[in-house]
Design a protein around this ligand. Sequence first.
Ligand SMILES: *[C@@H]1O[C@H](CO)[C@@H](O)[C@H](O)[C@H]1NC(C)=O
Ligand SMILES: *[C@@H]1O[C@H](CO)[C@@H](O)[C@H](O)[C@H]1NC(C)=O
Ligand SMILES: *[C@@H]1O[C@H](CO)[C@@H](O)[C@H](O)[C@H]1NC(C)=O
Length: 275
Amino acid sequence: MANKEEKPEGKESSWKDLIYNPRTGEFLGRTASSWALIFLFYLVFYGFLAGMFTLTVWVMLQTLDDYTPKYRDRVSSPGLMIRPRYLDVIVNRSDPQQYKKYVQDLEDFLLDYNDTVQEQNVQCPEGQYFLQDDPEEKKVCQFKRSQLRQCSGLADTNFGYSEGQPCVLIKMNRIIGLKPRGQPYINCMAKRETLLEMQYFPTEGHIDKMYFPYYGKKAHTKYVQPLVAVKLQLLEQDYNTTLTIECKVEGSDLRNNDERDKFLGRIAFRVHVTK
Ligand SMILES: *[C@@H]1O[C@H](CO)[C@@H](O)[C@H](O)[C@H]1NC(C)=O
Ligand SMILES: *[C@@H]1O[C@H](CO)[C@@H](O)[C@H](O)[C@H]1NC(C)=O
Ligand SMILES: *[C@@H]1O[C@H](CO)[C@@H](O)[C@H](O)[C@H]1NC(C)=O
């Protein structure tokens, strides 16, 4: 220790001086005031950037309307979805535990369509758009699950799964402002040579215009999409095979044959029923 303290003056520019030089008072090669200036500069610089950013975002937000999206080049076409939410519906009709998940999924989904809940909504005139000018809370056209008849889960609480003629619900995604022209309906086909009988609820897979346009989540809080139920009338000879069913929205200007988007206005799913 003693030896080290007696080191000659010439050794003072050792590596330690690079960190702190006691003679000049420099820390990492700069004096305290130099460091202070640098910190001050960056503080002001980044403070300015943060301020600019906040101001820009704030100005943007001021120009947004809560009720309609700002950037919408054109009203696009909706995709189709099915319930139960499975693209492979595998049913062993004699095993309720096996198909329980489908029944449960349908039951959960239809809670919003409960007749007692829907009675609080408006009975809209059929066959025409339900246009509303009131910018605040929009009214909702009622769609009762009982309209789905044999697929409502009311009379037949198994939605046809126990008899091997399962129901599938088809719904269209919500698109704000969409007003389909023509008379849209859902049509399904089995991809095979022979025809597969199906029953539609409402009749002919009709989607009424009264459910359009949709005014958005905020204004149209309780909106329910119109549904079409399809009951696949499988016979025993249709068992043990996987059938591909394709459903499309037809009769309107809604697109259903986009090459890149196979859910645009259509959906395909598979059904396999065993006894
Ligand atoms: C269907 O369920 C029944 C009853 O649980 C069972 O005996 C039968 O093996 C099942 N069939 C198939 C194909 O899994
Ligand atoms: C749904 O409707 C049935 C009768 O139609 C009623 O008993 C039941 O409480 C309703 N459920 C909800 C969640 O409102
Ligand atoms: C389906 O398969 C089961 C057993 O795997 C058989 O008992 C039944 O006869 C088959 N049904 C048809 C229609 O092929």
